[in-house]
Design a binder for this molecule. Structure first.
Ligand code: ADP
Ligand code: MG
Length: 363
């Protein structure tokens, strides 16, 4: 039960499983990552990569909780560069679904296939034909978590539970409602892959629905960020982007660098697109997003919502990536100061471009 509840924290929806799997592929040094999804990820998620693969002798423990090849000492956490380090993702998926892994490492004549449930291997790895890398197939059974939930909600209601527990379950009940309503996490999955594709420009990402001929994301691999954005978000977005760079390397107590692209005064959209990577980790930072939106609405009167891609690099010891199992929110040292600097830079860029607004005319 504990394992299932913990798993529900990491794998909140099908799209969180996709994110974890794609991050594993990136950690494995893949240059191609293909995602296939059936029924919004509720039936099947398949992620294939051409990364370094998993050694046969590691397969028996692969899906045990806290199995990771990315961290060996507590101190490593301070300088961690890989996306993963908690060794929870694959394990969690086996507690809320069924996981099958096919993998081959370099120099091997054949690969291995093996399935997992509840953290353990179901059978010995079977030799099989395989191309370079790893393929992970997940069929989630979130209903397992939901059934448990019902049971526990009842139990705790009767017992007059403490607030924290109540909140945890409240979140899960709310989550189930949204999952049942939309029943489709596919747009979210496409969104994740698009974001990864804009940042990891040398990786060829694709994402398609099971059985579809056409991919909904096909990033190609390129050496230019703008090409990557064009391949994923379209030429019309790229036309209205400006490059932006901020660095604070002179400060004694702090070193940070930001590179990115931000939309100019001609860009029109109803919703903000904010693609934020901090030390190569895809994250959300609500305060930075708000600050950015604020600058846009202050400077551009008929404010359209912006398109923002930012890659921020800080000394690893200035970022705490370990505040939540999903590693989605991070906390930064000197966050206010960093946001202020970025805000100033955007303001300056926008002021300049607002003076030279381009109107497209039809000839
Ligand atoms: P973490 O990424 O935090 O280490 P995971 O549960 O996501 O934990 O994965 C467990 C381990 O399985 C990883 O540390 C890695 O060694 C291995 N692994 C998972 N996916 C892949 C992959 N696509 N290619 C190579 N190794 C992988
Ligand atoms: Mg991982």
């Amino acid at each position: 039960v504990v394992n299932r509840i913990a798993a529900g924290e990491v794998i909140q929806r099908p799209s969180s499983a996709v994110k974890e799997l794609v991050e594993n592929s990136i950690d494995a040094g893949a240059s191609t990552v293909s995602v296939t999804v059936k029924d919004g990820g509720l039936k099947l998620i398949q992620v294939s990569d051409d990364g370094h693969g998993i050694r046969c002798e590691d397969l028996p423990i692969l899906c045990e909780r806290h199995t990771t090849s990315k961290l060996s000492a507590y101190e490593d956490l301070q300088t961690i560069k890989s996306m993963g380090f908690r060794g929870e993702a694959l394990a969690s998926m086996t507690y809320v679904g069924h996981v099958t892994v096919t993998t081959i490492t370099e120099g091997q004549l054949h690969g291995y296939r093996v399935s997992y449930r509840d953290g353990v291997m179901e059978n010995d790895p079977k030799p099989c034909a395989a191309v370079k890398g790893t393929q992970v197939m997940v069929s989630l059974q979130l209903c397992i978590v939901f059934a448990l939930l019902d049971m526990y909600c009842d139990f705790y209601k009767k017992k007059n539970l403490n607030m924290q527990v109540e909140n945890l379950f409240y979140n899960m009940v709310a989550r189930r409602k949204t999952l049942q309503n939309s029943n489709d996490d596919y747009p979210k999955i496409v969104d994740f892959i698009s974001r990864f594709a804009v940042h990891h420009i040398n990786v060829n990402f694709s994402c398609r629905k099971h059985g579809a001929n056409r991919a909904d994301v096909h990033s190609g691999s390129t050496s230019s960020r703008l090409d990557a954005i064009r391949n994923v978000y379209g030429a019309s977005v790229v036309r209205d982007l400006m490059e932006i760079q901020v660095s604070d390397e002179n400060a004694v107590d702090e070193i940070f660098k930001m590179d990115g692209f931000i939309s100019n005064a001609n860009y029109v959209a109803k919703k903000t697109t904010m693609i934020l990577f901090i030390n190569d980790r895809l994250v959300d930072c609500t305060s930075l997003k708000r600050a950015t939106e604020f600058v846009y609405s202050a400077i551009l009167p008929q404010a359209s919502k912006p398109f923002i891609y930012m890659s921020i690099n800080l000394p690893p010891e200035h970022v705490d990536v370990n505040i939540h199992p999903t590693k989605k929110e991070v906390s930064l040292l000197n966050q206010e100061r960093i946001i202020e600097k970025i805000k100033d830079a955007i303001e300056e860029k926008l002021m300049n471009c607002n003076n030279t607004r381009i109107f497209q005319t039809q000839a």
